[in-house]
Design a protein around this ligand. Structure first.
Ligand code: CMP
Length: 140
């Protein structure tokens, strides 16, 4: 059975470009409840840790530099079938391939600076949510 929580970040490009409000409205309009949320900034070390799974990829250095280049919004969202429905809402990783009406089609500028992150599995949603919110009430 699929879970009812996912994890997201509104990335530094979308924050810099003033799209936090519009993107959060899209999340709400699509039926996602915000269970936890914070406006924060990742150090290069923390960004590297968060994306450690991509360590061997050629874009890892660029990804870490970008994700630590400015503030982000991190959030845990709730909805039935959260992970899959959220990935549909945000669209393909590469905005050139993202469907009309998706967050990335509207707000992403490139595959690297793609406005939002969405967890790709229930397991990763839990790991990533815990990375940002461990010790807060939502995680007990
Ligand atoms: P995200 O869903 O946050 O997970 C991994 C991120 O790596 C991805 O979004 C992109 O922002 C980034 N990424 C994936 N492929 C590339 C690429 N070819 N060049 C630069 N960044 C990439």
């Amino acid at each position: 059975m699929s879970g009812n929580r996912t994890f997201t970040m509104i990335k530094p490009d979308a924050v810099r470009n003033g799209h936090i409000g519009a993107i959060l409205k899209m999340f709400n309009d699509a039926g996602f409840n915000i269970l936890a949320m914070k406006f924060t900034k990742l150090s290069a070390e923390k960004a590297g840790e968060f994306y450690a799974v991509h360590k061997e990829r050629p874009f890892y250095g660029e990804l870490v530099e970008f994700m630590s280049s400015g503030p982000i919004v991190a959030a845990i969202l709730e909805k039935d079938n959260a992970v899959e429905d959220f990935r549909k809402l945000i669209g393909a990783t590469n905005p050139a391939e993202a469907a009309d009406g998706t967050v990335r089609k509207l707000y992403a500028t490139s595959i690297g600076e793609n406005a939002v992150h969405g967890a790709d599995s229930d397991e990763n949603a839990m790991i990533e949510g815990s990375f940002h919110f461990a010790g807060t009430e939502i995680f007990g």
